[in-house]
Ligand binder design. Sequence first.
Ligand SMILES: COc1ccc(C2=NN(C3CCN(c4nc(N)nc5ccccc45)CC3)C(=O)[C@@H]3CC=CC[C@H]23)cc1OC
Ligand SMILES: [Mg+2]
Ligand SMILES: [Zn+2]
Length: 366
Amino acid sequence: LKGNLPKFGVEVEDEDAMSLMVSQINTWNFDLFKFAVISKDHPLVSMAYVILQSERNLLRSYNVDPPTFIKYMFVIEANYHKTNPYHNATHGADVMQSCHVLLGYSVVEQVFTDLEVFAALFASAIHDVDHPGLSNQFLSNTSNELAILYNDHAVLENHHLATAFKFLQEDELNWASGMDDKQRQLFRKMVIDLVLATDMSKHLSLLADIKTTVESSKVAHNGKLVLESYNERMLVLQGIVHSCDISSATKALPIYKAWTERIIEEFYQQGDRERDLGLNLSPMCDRQNPSIEKSQVGFIDFIVLPLWETLGELMFPYCQEMLSQLNENRMYYFSRIPESPRCSITDEPEERNNLISSSEKRKNLR
Ligand SMILES: COc1ccc(C2=NN(C3CCN(c4nc(N)nc5ccccc45)CC3)C(=O)[C@@H]3CC=CC[C@H]23)cc1OC
Ligand SMILES: [Mg+2]
Ligand SMILES: [Zn+2]
């Protein structure tokens, strides 16, 4: 099945522009939005082929037939919802490319086996496939069939995994047939552990476990991380994939702002449905009471910064550029948090009185 594959896995208009972008594939501020355009809206297929085949030669290492792998990735990409503002194939490609950069740092290079690296990159690529643009909470609150199927536990993450592995069962898509059984079993186990760790409800326990590992982890004299058990290695890989999944705020400001606009629009679309259904609106989902700047500062302070600080300790001296960009981006949104209260007078009488009382207060202070 050795059809001559296009150089980047997909046919592109402008090979030179594509080659120039691919030469930046190991940089943290890679512009995925531009890449999506140049790859003719196949960012995930081309990203997966360039990283796994051209950059890391992992397909050959595991006897993966490239044309079969490409056909599989086209199906995965087609099962990311193009209509999702945020959880679409460009996000999948973004997490995969970010993971590729972190796994390229010498402090972790040669620490993980090829199979572990392959599992982390593949998990990144498929980790949100068939995402409906709605949260686990919403699916449970509305008794969605997925929430019934997965008993309200990691509903989306279980669905992404089942979707990706179900396609692997189809003969003409089964690129893993060249792996031996032991490798295939271990690969599957690792991908499951990695995607389940992208469930935000696991964030605090994952962060606590990584902190424990950072304290105990010895860095050998050659500056490489020393990780003893499978669990320790998986923990660090889970931390890397999860960090890449919430890495937007560590990217160059224009890229970060673009991702923020997308996630907020996706949250607002969920909020519109919650409003129509008479449900309480989830945090950050009310387009009639926007709180974009505050939400970003809160997300950075409570979630993104603690995780990236810990990763920065583990991978020191790497990840420092991410931390400084994160602080710069925090200041951008912090400095734009609007004065409260907002001009829109609320329709709640008591709140209205509060507003008036607070403005009375302000007057008395003058
Ligand atoms: C670019 O900007 C974002 C990108 C992704 C997400 C994502 N957000 N989340 C959750 C995160 C925690 N949230 C908070 N809830 C509550 N009650 N309070 C909070 C207070 C302060 C901060 C967050 C929360 C709920 C949503 C996901 O679950 C997505 C799916 C998987 C990974 C991250 C995604 C958010 C972004 O900006 C806010
Ligand atoms: Mg997800
Ligand atoms: Zn994701």
